[in-house]
Design a protein around this ligand. Structure first.
Ligand code: DON
Length: 327
């Protein structure tokens, strides 16, 4: 048996990892144009979310993608400046805000494991004593919203953060989507009351639900979302150079995005894309390349798990072509 030495191992690694796989610099405009052309066959595959009627009115074939680099510059393609309903992508920002204000306290009330069940499932809550599996399914996000409400109006705080980070002062709650969502919120109401019965709600359920619905109904473009998520690519540092999170907390948010951010398809998303990502039923997905950029893609037609079909395909192309993945 040959002796294995550190030197030999180094040599073996050098010889088996082709340097060209990891693009040092990429012409993002050219790359995004190519991706937009490549995903055309996927556009409209799947179905728009219709359990919130206002979301069902969106054209399923729309597609936009934006990449925000660490210096704040943004490259985009297609509908990258068109506002859409951010829905559960909001959950990344509310979790980050609550961690910045309350530190790790929220983890007493919500776990960090993938659920393997649909995002609005009630099943695990009973078996696990009213503690949601993670902050990115609806029950977990309701707990995060409830915790954030200790510090004042959740939606106003979230809007202020998103407007500052994106540089877009027009970001607002879409009132039509909010009304539609509030009128069809029985499942979320059930989740919240069920957790309240276990003592895992601080504020009255109607108040928490109202805040949750408003945060989900915020409308933003891919460009706005990519810029707003840059702090996660910058290990917690905001666009003005101040810190929202310590680097360890930012690492942990990215880790939970990777394992839980695309619901019961998180394994498949990690396999295809290889990045922390958070999707929403409006068809948006935000993905983070730590130390490099934040990406947002939007296309409203969803697969059976609630993730954008063309969006996942576009991110798959993006990481495959650039090699910019966490793996
Ligand atoms: O509460 C809901 O069902 C929607 N406002 C958000 C769902 C979504 O985007 C996926 N959830 N994690």
């Amino acid at each position: 048996m040959p002796e294995i030495t550190g030197r030999r191992f180094d040599k073996a690694v050098r010889e088996t990892v082709p340097r060209s796989r990891y693009a040092a610099s990429v012409d993002l405009a050219v790359l995004l144009d190519r991706i937009a052309a490549d995903v055309v066959p996927e556009l409209g595959n799947g179905a728009v979310a219709d359990y919130i009627p206002a979301l069902a009115r969106v054209d399923p074939r729309r597609f936009g993608m934006a990449v925000a680099s660490l210096d704040g510059t943004v490259a985009g393609v297609g509908d990258w400046q068109v506002p859409f309903s951010i829905q559960s992508v909001s959950k990344v920002f509310t979790l980050s805000l609550v961690l910045s204000l309350a530190g790790d306290e929220v983890w007493w009330r919500v776990g960090r494991e993938p659920s393997g069940d649909p995002f609005n499932s009630l099943i695990q809550l009973e078996n696990e004593g009213g503690i949601p599996r993670n902050p990115f399914i609806n029950s977990g996000a309701l707990v995060v919203t409830d915790e954030l409400a200790r510090f004042g109006d959740v939606t106003e705080r979230l809007l202020a953060f998103l407007r500052t980070e994106s540089g877009c002062s027009d970001i607002e709650v879409d009132a039509e989507v909010a009304t539609s969502e509030a009128e069809h919120a029985d499942r979320n109401r059930a989740l919240a009351y069920f957790m309240a019965s276990y003592g895992n709600m601080r504020h009255p359920v109607p108040d928490v639900l109202a805040q949750y619905v408003r945060q989900c109904s915020i409308a933003m473009s891919c460009a706005d979302l990519a810029r707003s998520a840059l702090f996660l690519a910058r290990h917690g540092v905001r666009n003005d150079g101040t810190r929202l999170l310590g680097s360890s907390a930012a690492k942990r948010v990215n880790a939970v995005m990777l394992t839980c951010g695309t619901y019961d398809a998180a394994g498949q998303f990690a396999y295809r894309v290889g990045l922390p990502g958070k999707s929403g039923v409006g068809g948006g997905i935000v993905a983070i390349v730590p130390g490099r950029c934040a990406v947002c893609v939007w296309s409203p037609a969803l697969d059976a798990r609630g993730n954008s079909v063309a969006g996942v395909a576009a991110l798959d192309h993006f990481t495959t072509e650039t090699g910019w993945s966490v793996f």
